[in-house]
Design a protein around this ligand. Sequence first.
Ligand code: DX5
Ligand code: ZN
Length: 233
Amino acid sequence: MRRDRLIYTAAERTNKMVKISPSILSADFSALREDIESVKNADYLHFDVMDGVFVPNISIGVPVLRSVRKITDMTLDVHLMITKPHRYVKAFSDAGADIIVFHVEADEPQDIFKAIAEVKACGKKVGLALKPKTPAEAIMPYISELDMVLVMTVEPGFGGQKFMADMMPKVERIRGLIDENGYDCELEVDGGVNPETARLCTEHGANVLVAGSDVFRQTDRAARIEELRGCVK
Ligand code: DX5
Ligand code: ZN
């Protein structure tokens, strides 16, 4: 189990609060306004962008984000599952993203650095995501510049998959890196999160939990979000 320091800065404490980010990939797109309204007690709203190349699926993009921005004040946590993300940073920023997360596997290192710099130049928060087969070490060249690290707990591409508990050592390792160095960085997990797996994630150091199908299948989604947020160690 990870060891915590006893004293944390205010930013570090904020970055350890458990937050819930419902993924609208599992929403009903014909009733998106109502579905977003039903999860407004969450901390962030997770917006999954897929290009059919980086992942074997196509989802939603810039025009939908622009429409979502018009109907909610929630913090929009945009997860880009696209190749060469630096090409689209400005477009997603202009469309209303608050946090822009893209994959470390999606480009060459120099262009990952370029994309990080572009997000920052747009005044937005920046995160990097790791697919299940990518080791924790892949984040090391970038982590000091990040506001968020996202550890995928399913293969990216689809909602409703089974949680990969074998990702927990990676989560714990990255939490260790963040805490030992005092980085101002959140640690998000994405895929297969439900009340049972949420507890596992927070026990291993995650503080932002993306939940798609588990939240949107509920009749009382607000209550489920509270339940998930309560899954702390
Ligand atoms: C998968 C997406 C996830 C997805 C999670 O590629 O990144 O955000 O919506 O869905 P659940 O919570 O159903 O696993
Ligand atoms: Zn996602």
